[in-house]
Design a binder for this molecule. Sequence first.
Ligand SMILES: *[C@@H]1O[C@H](CO)[C@@H](O)[C@H](O)[C@H]1NC(C)=O
Ligand SMILES: *[C@@H]1O[C@H](CO)[C@@H](O)[C@H](O)[C@H]1NC(C)=O
Ligand SMILES: *[C@@H]1O[C@H](CO)[C@@H](O)[C@H](O)[C@H]1NC(C)=O
Ligand SMILES: *[C@@H]1O[C@H](CO)[C@@H](O)[C@H](O)[C@H]1NC(C)=O
Ligand SMILES: [Cu+2]
Length: 233
Amino acid sequence: MLSSFLLTGLLAIQATAIQFNVSVGRNGLTFEPNEIRAARDDIIEFRFWPRNHSVVAGRFNEACVPAPSGAGFYSGFLPTPADTINPQVFRIRINNSDPIVFYCSQNNGQHCKNGMFGIINPTMGGASTLAGYRQLALQAGNATSPSGGPFGGQFAANPNTVPPAPAATTVTVTASGSAATPTETDGDESSTSGTSTGSAASSTPSGGAVALGAGGSPFAGLVVAGAAALLFV
Ligand SMILES: *[C@@H]1O[C@H](CO)[C@@H](O)[C@H](O)[C@H]1NC(C)=O
Ligand SMILES: *[C@@H]1O[C@H](CO)[C@@H](O)[C@H](O)[C@H]1NC(C)=O
Ligand SMILES: *[C@@H]1O[C@H](CO)[C@@H](O)[C@H](O)[C@H]1NC(C)=O
Ligand SMILES: *[C@@H]1O[C@H](CO)[C@@H](O)[C@H](O)[C@H]1NC(C)=O
Ligand SMILES: [Cu+2]
């Protein structure tokens, strides 16, 4: 429907461009949303959360591997301290209605293999779906980052400078925070159950914002976020 609109309404393209905003690593090893229906000239803005993620345009027949011959885009890694969001966003422009798959190439925790990917303009079944890519990703080893620096997009200032207001779900949190202390010091997230609690704690600043507002203690923020992560699991 979108493509027929574009075919019949070329004059309307400029007026209808949309900016989609994708949270990178906000809730564990995730892109949110991870399915986007975008049209030519739309912008996808990737906003980076702790700890150290990237976004790479991939290929559908081989998971966690960059698109052939430098096509697509690569943000590079954007290390982001706990309880912050990265001051920079990475924006790409959509050139056509072809499906695009993207993934995070962080291998400390094998983010791609563990589900950190998304699709722009997925097909209804067939090869270009999240389910299809997931099957390949589960069998993948380490992800590949393109050689060299970022390409295929532009950096801009993040419109959000502090973690935004928390979601309402955090009201159910209780004081079961003993497992919430982050165990990593290397700046990367891990997929193992023991450390994913820690990474989830550090990558859920919305939960932290609740406790920071209520109790004023960064530690309380981690506890609440970690407990929220436990509930989420
Ligand atoms: C993306 O964020 C901008 C503000 O930075 C907002 O104007 C826009 O509506 C958002 N896009 C969507 C699809 O929500
Ligand atoms: C995968 O990446 C991790 C983290 O960079 C590294 O320690 C490990 O050696 C890599 N494994 C292989 C098979 O390259
Ligand atoms: C759109 O085209 C530009 C210019 O050729 C390119 O740099 C960019 O990577 C393309 N966008 C996507 C999403 O592939
Ligand atoms: C971010 O991750 C990349 C890839 O693993 C690594 O090379 C880089 O040193 C990391 N940066 C920080 C600050 O942890
Ligand atoms: Cu990642």
